[in-house]
Design a protein. Sequence first.
Length: 428
Amino acid sequence: MTRPTLLKMNKHISYKRKQLFVEDVVVSDITGSLRTPFYVYSRTTIKDNFNRFTSSLEGLNRIICYSVKANSNLSVLETIAKLGGGADVVSLGEYQRALRAGIDPKKIVFSGVGKQDFEIAETLKSSLLQFNIESVSELEAINKIAINLNKVAPIAFRVNPDIDAGTHENISTGKADNKFGIPISKAKEIYQHASKLDKIKIVGVDVHIGSQITNLNAFRQTFQNLEKLIYDLRACDIHLENVDIGGGLGIKYTDDDVEPDLREYSKLVKQILGNLNCKIIFEPGRYIVGNSGILVTKVLYKKKSQNKNFLITDAGMNDFSRTALYGAAHRLIPLSQESREATEIYDVVGPVCESTDTFLRNHLVENAEEGDFLAFLDVGAYGAVLSSEYNTRPLVPEIMVYKERFEVVRSRPTYEEIFEKEVIPNWE
Ligand SMILES: *Cc1c(COP(=O)(O)O)cnc(C)c1O
């Protein structure tokens, strides 16, 4: 059995007079005007997280390229842009979102193992800080496109340091068996090859070993390997301007999680990479937005089977899939703390026709009557971005709160809008 935890909540998402507030907005005001489920983000939380991250790195020549895939809503990206942040994108779509939100293209790095020709061409035409290249074939493709466009492509290689980040296997990316990066043992040879290509300008090196990392040892080893590589490259006259150390810093979701210490992390970076005369690029995603969001849902039904109680919510795995994908556990709290006590143990499940549509097992739920509203916490990262319209459930809306205002920043599509792009051909 898991208990509703007393873990400290984000100070901008908290109870006042027994009602859940996001900043100065009582969440029940939103449920009064918009059908659940929906996400709510606290803009101040995002700003605080970004500012804490960047100020812990004071003294370092640095740039924070927020990892857009964690939460790509334009209003989130606008918040980052206003703080001077850059972006780490993995598709042309994300690149265009970043530009639309006002992020400087000179602060955008383009990552990903499968960049397509049109994506490379469009970003190169417009400009970017660097391509993070993951294979020799990709290098050749970028060089060819750059020759055609008569442009010089700024590149870094993503190296795979063969390090176990100690995180869930579905979000580990720095082991030799993962599909990511070039083996660090081959890096020197590949850099030397790249240095001979016409339209390639080597500007950096990149690494990203995984996500939700709480053990700093994996970072230490990775940084040490990078440092060694940088000196090896210098010895053959290849000088890098940028060292991109990726994202991956974890957050605390439940009492069982260890919270990695930001100060320790920045100390490590400064110690190992701070004196190389390079600009350090950071790509945090989860750390910036993870605790900024909640998913508000309504209890549709309570149901008893032979030996289990089920609580059926109107949010499903199509709206929030971290549990189905990674077995992630998120705290669930009531919008109103009025009177009722935690009484029963439930499996909290969604309405989607899949058994993995289960958010919590054997969980003591406070205040759960049919029609009550509940909120999953810490769903700002890898929440709405992973939602789908499976079961033809419309894409889940997103709300942003800033101080005493809330705005719908992605609305729920109508059924008409969902069907609009589909065609029934006339076969006869
Ligand atoms: C996903 C990803 C990130 C962000 O990871 P977080 O764990 O959210 O910080 C950064 N860089 C790359 C290349 C990624 O794929």
